[in-house]
Design a protein. Structure first.
Length: 135
């Protein structure tokens, strides 16, 4: 009976060594703050904020401009249409700038295949320099 107990203890100890490493303090704090806000939203009656992408904001800005141009006469006076078009253009420009800002390569996870990181660099020189060197 003791040998079975020792095997079980050894098996449990081996599994403990394979546990995932503890997450960094910053990510644990960020997650706890996010959970607190999520609980606060549930306390307010289950309010769920919509997940709106930058592309959708771009389309809304473009749609406001088109509606202002096409239906401008039937919407209201020229000043309302002018402000509608200006608002649509500003919405579009701000969303466009934000979309460029979010394409940072430092935030992208590294590419992996079969547990190995992929080196997507082709060897240092751009292809056009290698092409000119072939002549």
């Amino acid at each position: 009976m003791s040998s079975k107990l020792e095997r079980d203890i050894d098996e449990v100890l081996a599994k403990i060594e394979r546990f995932p490493p503890r997450r960094p303090l910053a990510s644990r704090i960020r997650r706890s703050i996010g959970n607190a806000f999520e609980g606060f939203g549930r306390a307010l009656g289950g309010i769920r904020w919509p997940n709106i992408s930058i592309g959708q904001v771009l389309l809304v800005g473009l749609l406001i401009v088109v509606i202002g141009y096409v239906f401008g006469d039937s919407i209201g006076g020229p000043s309302l249409v002018r402000w509608m078009i200006i608002g649509g253009i500003l919405t579009f420009v701000i969303a466009f700038v934000l979309s460029l800002r979010r394409q940072s390569s430092s935030r992208l996870p590294e590419k992996r295949w079969r547990g190995e990181t992929l080196d997507l660099d082709s060897g240092g020189e751009p292809w056009w320099k290698r092409w000119r060197g072939r002549r």
